[in-house]
Design a protein around this ligand. Structure first.
Ligand code: ADP
Ligand code: GN1
Ligand code: MG
Length: 371
């Protein structure tokens, strides 16, 4: 007998405009937020795959507005790519499959919002980087994504998570979690709390610069971790930027920074052996080269100078967020073992230390590639 979950999934899938018989559906990927499934249909005798996702509405409280953003962003990127004479466009930008009512999503009986995308074949995402060439390719793709969205027409995109990268508010949220200590875990993380407290002044760096008008607001991705870009299996190029839920107004420094956080890391985000954790400068160099090859043309001098700071701050921010979630009882990020968020927080703080030690070199490398 099929499980209730599978039954619900099949019921939702039937409401998308897709031909053929559903052959299989199973959980897919290692994202921390949405529920992602790979599904396979028999279409005229050939298996064709689609991605189906349930949007996490605890995290994204206005999923319909979020989908409005996704439609605008993917339509604009598709038009721009076609205008540039691009080929293979359905592998270079996400394509939504509409519901039977032609809406770009389906709402299930529990009120959850689901979407379906064409499955991008012949490409994959990586949780841990393998080569400098992949780093260069991933960064080039995110630079191009920002560049494609630089002339997005119409009103400002919805902020799908308000204050998503407001580092001061992230710091304050951690302080509240420490004060409340609802799971009685704060005693266990005194070292981590002390580390973060020493850096309190830093959390305002980019916020202050932006408030003074020193950094422009752009349309940014805001979740540029390595496993949010598909790398082509054959050409190794950064083919398609995915996970567009947080594409909204933001600072380019955090997009570049999250690449540094996830790509230069010598170990996985949840590695327990901190001896293995640190930032690798060969990877950083590849990122700077790749990113600036597509982004340098539209960046201001102040933005270029903010990139390395962005790397430090977004890594600190992830450390703050994982630690906050640990103290609050693991309610935000998906976890699969006890102390999972604590392990993640520790790697992030170790990465912050490593980035701090190499900040001057990072600035010099960025200058070399067009800063
Ligand atoms: P989350 O918000 O949970 O991180 P993602 O949108 O990043 O969800 O999807 C999770 C994983 O599913 C990705 O890392 C990627 O491997 C895979 N994936 C997502 N969309 C597609 C797609 N259109 N084609 C192929 N794989 C995809
Ligand atoms: C989440 O959705 P995913 O797994 O790509 C999170 C990011 C964090 C990241 C840490 C919407 O990204 O902000 O940096 O985990 N996404 C959201 O790995 O909170
Ligand atoms: Mg993702």
């Amino acid at each position: 007998m099929r499980s209730l979950v599978e039954h619900r999934l099949r019921t939702v899938i039937r409401q998308f405009q897709v031909y053929g018989d559903l052959l299989a559906a199973s959980p897919y990927g290692s994202g921390h937020i949405n529920d992602t499934y790979a599904t396979t249909f028999n279409q005229s005798g050939a298996p064709v795959r689609y991605i189906v996702q349930r949007i996490n509405h605890d995290v994204f409280t206005e999923p319909i507005r979020l989908m409005e953003n996704v439609v605008r962003v993917t339509s604009h990127a598709r038009t721009r790519l076609a205008g540039n004479g691009g080929v293979d466009i359905s592998r270079r930008v996400l394509t939504l499959v509409p519901g039977l009512d032609l809406k770009p999503y389906v709402i299930d009986e529990n009120g959850s919002v689901w979407r379906m995308y064409l499955f991008i074949e012949g490409a994959r995402t990586y949780d841990v980087i393998e080569t400098c060439a992949q780093a260069r390719a991933a960064a080039k793709a995110f630079g191009e994504y920002q560049s494609l969205l630089a002339d997005l027409p119409g009103v400002r995109l919805h902020e799908t998570i308000p204050d998503f990268h407001h580092t001061r508010r992230r710091f304050d949220a951690l302080q509240r979690a420490i004060d409340e200590d609802i799971c009685n875990r704060a005693g266990q993380v005194a070292t981590e709390i002390a580390f973060v407290d020493e850096r309190e002044g830093d959390v305002d760096d980019l916020l202050a610069l932006q408030a003074r008008g020193g950094l422009p607001e752009r349309t940014t991705h805001n979740d540029t971790k390595l496993n949010n870009v598909m790398i082509d299996d054959h050409t190794s190029e950064g083919l398609c930027v995915i996970d567009l839920d947080t594409t909204m107004p933001g600072l380019v420094a955090y997009d570049f920074g999250d690449l540094v956080r996830t790509v230069t890391a010598a170990a996985a985000e949840d590695e327990r052996d901190l001896e293995k954790v640190g930032t690798r400068m060969d990877m950083f160099e590849a990122l700077a080269e790749g990113y600036l090859s597509t982004a340098a043309a539209f960046l201001t001098a102040a933005e270029r100078a903010s990139l390395a700071i962005g790397a430090k701050l977004i890594t600190l921010e992830n450390g703050l967020r994982f630690l906050t979630d640990h103290l609050q009882g693991d309610v935000y990020f998906k976890t699969s073992r006890p102390d999972h968020n604590l392990d993640r927080a520790r790697t992030q703080l170790k990465m912050v230390e490593s980035i701090e030690a190499q900040l001057d070199t990072m600035h010099r490398i960025i200058e070399r590639f067009g800063g």
